[in-house]
Design a protein around this ligand. Sequence first.
Ligand code: NDP
Ligand SMILES: O=C1O[C@H](COP(=O)(O)O)[C@@H](O)[C@H](O)[C@H]1O
Length: 563
Amino acid sequence: MSAPKKPRSSKAAGTRATKAASTDRASKTKAEGKPAAKSAAKKTRTRVPAAVEKDGQNPFRAVMRRSRAPEPATLVIFGVTGDLAKRKLLPAVFGLWQDGLLGSAFNIVGVGRQDMTDEAFKDFAITALKESKETDAILPGSLEKFRELLYYEFGEFGEDDVYDRVRTELDRAEEEHGGRKNALFYLSTPPSLFEPISNGLGRLGLADESEGWRRIVIEKPFGRDLASARELNDAIHRVWDESQVYRIDHYLGKETVQNLMAIRFGNAIFEPLWNRGYVDHVQITASEDLGLEGRAGYYEEAGVVRDMLQNHLMQLFALTAMEAPAAFDADAIRDEKVKVLRAVKPIPRGRVGSVAVRGQYGAGAMYGEKVPGYRQEPGVKAGSRTPTYVAVKLEVDNWRWQGVPFFLRTGKRLPKKVTEIAVVFKRPPLGIFPGGLERNVLAFRIQPDEGVSLKFSSKTPGQEMVLREVVMDFRYDAFGAQLESPYSRLLLDAMLGDATLFPREDEVDHAWQIVSGLLESWEASAGARGKASAPDLSSYAAGTWGPDEADELIGPDRRWRRL
Ligand SMILES: NC(=O)C1=CN([C@@H]2O[C@H](COP(=O)(O)OP(=O)(O)OC[C@H]3O[C@@H](n4cnc5c(N)ncnc54)[C@H](OP(=O)(O)O)[C@@H]3O)[C@@H](O)[C@H]2O)C=CC1
Ligand SMILES: O=C1O[C@H](COP(=O)(O)O)[C@@H](O)[C@H](O)[C@H]1O
């Protein structure tokens, strides 16, 4: 599906019109109820410091090596005071910078609604880096140099002033870097603000690429159903060309998700087996031990289908089931993912009961400690029907996968954190030994203990030909390298203009087409049955592997892997 082209001439006109207006706006002061724009003339900036090196070597340098460094650029993070920015984005950018991967001219403009000076923001960001578990080991002197890259702007995202001030920041960055005004805009805000921010950037001409590249990174969830995802795509395309849009799914930035492609398409032995002739079924699991972690406001609106299934799990599915792309480039890979998503048998409302199960955790125990049920979590509405677990059976109508079910499951408060793709092979056609009729399993452990294992049957030592299952295990830590944060990988890719690991418009659309039948069916049944009884929302105790109905979904001749 090709994206509508942005109307270049009208955008250029918009840029000219708003330039004059910006001079007026910039002179408004906080006394007038608007934050004062910072004058480019008055403010001096220190040159961007080079990454900290020890004896010419950064001892924490990541394995991520790229053949080119990004051009001088400004990263503008909208929603920089939020949870994601504090815990993941700022540490990811810091890690890239400390590893010397961001080039010599780079800075960050945080944008929020809170009134804060640059200095207060620098303190905020440094505290976030010190507190986040995701921050790389900090080298001596590194934080002091990193804080010099940080600036802050604030305002109402529905009004023009804040974008005008962002533009002033880009002008200033250009003066310092002596280059073009390249900018990556990262929307780390609630989804309701994606469209207003995109529009604001468009109104002020900030999507126009005549003075440097301009790209927009959009967080998930992308829409709350098929219709709203399409509306959001349309709104985004009124401002941006698809080539400027980076919809982020952090699972695609995980090393081991990329390794799935490397193993499938970088070896000759797997592909001949990767089809209905040999594969019995595939299980894709993203199990979380955590509960809500204070995100009830968001999660009550989203639930597990929008939070995990529509995006992360559908991406893992697409990478597992797609055909080999002709090349490792953005369009070749995204084309293949779209093809297989299109081949998934739709789940109309009437079939939902037989192919999907959802549940909500009740009180239980995690690692020996009692934990409350979902409805007792702070911020959750009494009698909430928000699902925290979903399992679904997908069938793919193509030659490769006809008759091979893909079982996807994800949930919160399951016994442990583990993400895995398991390709379960058919049993041997004939059993000539005692035992030995087990199914072989090739399992990609996405996290933790990243690696790949092959389970097969072997003779046990002794006089008898008795077989037992054994596991051949490759652990990713054999490379001896620290794994890069997915946000680091994806941020750097976006800075380099590489969209390979970002879902394209049509991928998001097809993923929504698959899951929207589930949502419609469950939401309609909630309306019909009222809040009190909810037969299609099963309960499971925290610390267990989800509702019993999920076992029925995969059974009777198959069972979920106990991980
Ligand atoms: N947190 C996470 O682990 C993950 C988050 N995401 C996605 O990332 C995005 C950001 O998430 P998260 O950081 O958790 O969200 P938060 O709720 O923590 O808020 C993000 C930012 O948006 C600002 N904000 C909120 N409401 C408004 C408003 N009405 N007007 C202006 N600014 C507003 C917040 O400002 P203030 O600080 O003043 O409230 C904050 O700066 C979301 O799209 C989320 O779905 C994706 C994966 C994981
Ligand atoms: O996007 C999200 O992902 C996390 C799980 O991510 P992981 O990298 O830790 O596996 C999930 O907890 C969160 O609810 C969701 O918004």
